[in-house]
Ligand binder design. Structure first.
Ligand SMILES: [Zn+2]
Length: 76
């Protein structure tokens, strides 16, 4: 019998990409429901993806732009 957590880790990327079959999806979710460690890992991976997606598509917040501008050394 394979270590369920190792199996769960293998499932993580395809799970987050939504390319698992229904059966695999259910198995992954069943394990996540009872395993805090894997749940934490999935959550972390998921939030990382959301962050990366946001960073790629959203314009920089004005506040951050100002902060960066303030760091710039005036040329004149
Ligand atoms: Zn686990």
């Amino acid at each position: 019998m394979k270590d369920p957590c190792a199996h769960c880790e293998e499932m993580m990327q395809p799970y987050l990409d939504h390319v698992l079959t229904d059966d695999e999806m259910r198995a992954a979710e069943a394990h996540l429901a009872e395993c805090v460690d894997c749940r934490r890992r999935y959550k972390f991976e998921e939030s990382l993806r959301v962050y990366v997606r946001k960073a790629a598509t959203e314009p920089m917040p004005a506040e951050l732009k100002q902060k960066l501008a303030a760091l710039r050394i005036p040329l004149d």
